[in-house]
Design a protein around this ligand. Sequence first.
Ligand code: MSP
Length: 479
Amino acid sequence: MKYYITTPIYYVNDRPHLGHAYTTVAADVLARWRRSKGEEVFFLTGTDEHGAKVAQAAKNANQNPREFCDEKARSFKNAWQRFGIEYSNFIRTTDAAHEAAVQKFLQALFEAGYICKARYKGLYCQGCEQYKIPDDLIEGLCPDHQTKPQEMEEESYFFKLSKLEKDLEQKIESDEIKIRPVERKNEVLSFIKSGLKDISISRKNVKWGIPLPFDAEHTAYVWVDAFLNYLTGLGWDGSVGEDFYKLKTKNQKLDFWPPDLQLMAKDIVRVHATIWLGLLLALKIPPPKNFFVHGFFTLNDQKMSKSLGNVIWPEELTEKFGADAARFLLLSFTPFGQDGDISWEKMAEKYNSDLADGLGNLTSRVFNLIEKNFDGKIEATKSDLDISYLMKDIKIYESLLTIKEKIEWANKYIDENKVWELVKNDKEKGREVLSRLLGAIVAIGEALAPFMPKISEKILARAKAGKIKKGEILFPKIV
Ligand code: MSP
C-alpha cells in the first residue's frame, strides 16, 4: 500500500514559526504511523518562494531573492531536523524542474481553453497574495493580516474556474474529495455554491515568479505556482492527459499520486478547494482523496504575531523540552481540527505532569524494581493498547489521550499493589504484577513511536534488554 501525505509549502518571507511546526509535526506523526503499519509512505513538505511578498522581504534584507530564499529554505530544513521530521522530499518552488513543470502545465491549460486575458480591478492583500471581496474584510482590513488591501487594476490572464463549479461541488459533496472536519467541508461547499468567479492567475508587476510560457511579460500567480508543488514534489514534469499516465509508468514516485492526505490550516482550505482542485479537474488529473484542516494556534489567547512580540519560535521549544517532548506538547493540547491555545506555563505544566511524573516515573519505577529485585530479568505479559482505529481517522490528540490513560493506569497499579512492598513480602505475586507492568510499558513504548521516536526507542531498548536496568532519567523535571 502506498500512502502520500503533504503539508502546505511555507512562505519564506519569514522564519519558521510554531504554526508551521504544528502542521509538519502532525504530518510526520501520521507518516511514521503509516510506515509502522507496513505502508510505503511519501511525505512531502517544502517552501513557497516566489511572489511579491518574498521579493519584498529579500529587498528589506538587502539580499537578492535567490540568496535570500536559499538561506530561508535552509532554516526550514534545520527546523525540521530539530524536530526529527523525516520527510521524503523537500520541494522548493525555485527548483528548476518545478519551474519548468509549471510552465508546461500552464501551456497545456492555455491550449485546453481554460485561460483568457482580461482586465481586473480589485482589492489585493499582499499578505495573503490574494484578491479580497468586501465580504472578506473586517472594518476594511484583512482579518488575517490586519492590513488594508490595496486597490489594484491590472491586465492579466484568467483561469476559467467558473466552468468547474458544478464538478467541484459534486466531488466535494459526495466525499469523492473528502474535506474534514465536516464544518470545513460545509463552509467550502457554501462558498462554491455562492458562485465561483474566474480568477486572475498572472501578474505583470511581479518579477519574482515563473514567466508564463505564452506571454513572458507576465509571471504565474504565486498560488498556482505553489499548488503544483504537490505534483512536482514527486518528480512530475508538467505532463497532462495521456502523457501523465505514460510518465507514471516511467517514474516510480509518481505512482504515489493522488495524495491520500493533504494537511493544511483553515486559512487556506478555500483556495485549495477551489483553485488547486480546479486546476486538476480542468486537465483531468486525479484529485487528492482527503483534505484535513486543522485549527489555529494562539499564544496566551492572542494571535501569534511578531509585531506583538507574541511568538514562540520552534527552536525555543526543542531547546527547552527536547525534540520528542516538543512534538508531544504541540499535539496534546487540542483535538486536531480545532483551534487551541498554548503558553509556556501550560506546556511546562503538561511536560512535568504527563512526561516527567507520568511516563518517566512509570518507566523508572518499574525498571528499578525489576533491576533491584529480579536481577533485571522478567518476562513481559502482553498488553493491549490499540490506537489504530483513532489514527486511521486522524485523531491524533485522542490517540495521545488513550496512551496517557494507559500510563495513568499503570502508575496507579503500582501504587495500589504497593509493588515495592510486594516484591519483599510475596515475590511471586510481585513478579506477576511487574511482568504485567513491563508489558504495559512495551505497549506504551510501541504506541508512542510515531509521536516520540527517540524516547520510544529508548524505552523499548530498556524494556527488552536481556537485563533490565533503571537507566538515566528520560524527562528531567522543568522548574
Ligand atoms: N505558501 C502558502 C501555502 C501554499 S500551499 C500550496 C502559505 N504559507 S504560510 O507560510 O503562510 O503557511 C500556512 C500554513 O502554516 C497553514 O496552513 C498552517 O499549515 C500553518 N500555520 C500558520 N500559522 C498557523 C497557526 N497560528 N496555527 C496553526 N497553523 C498555522 O499559506
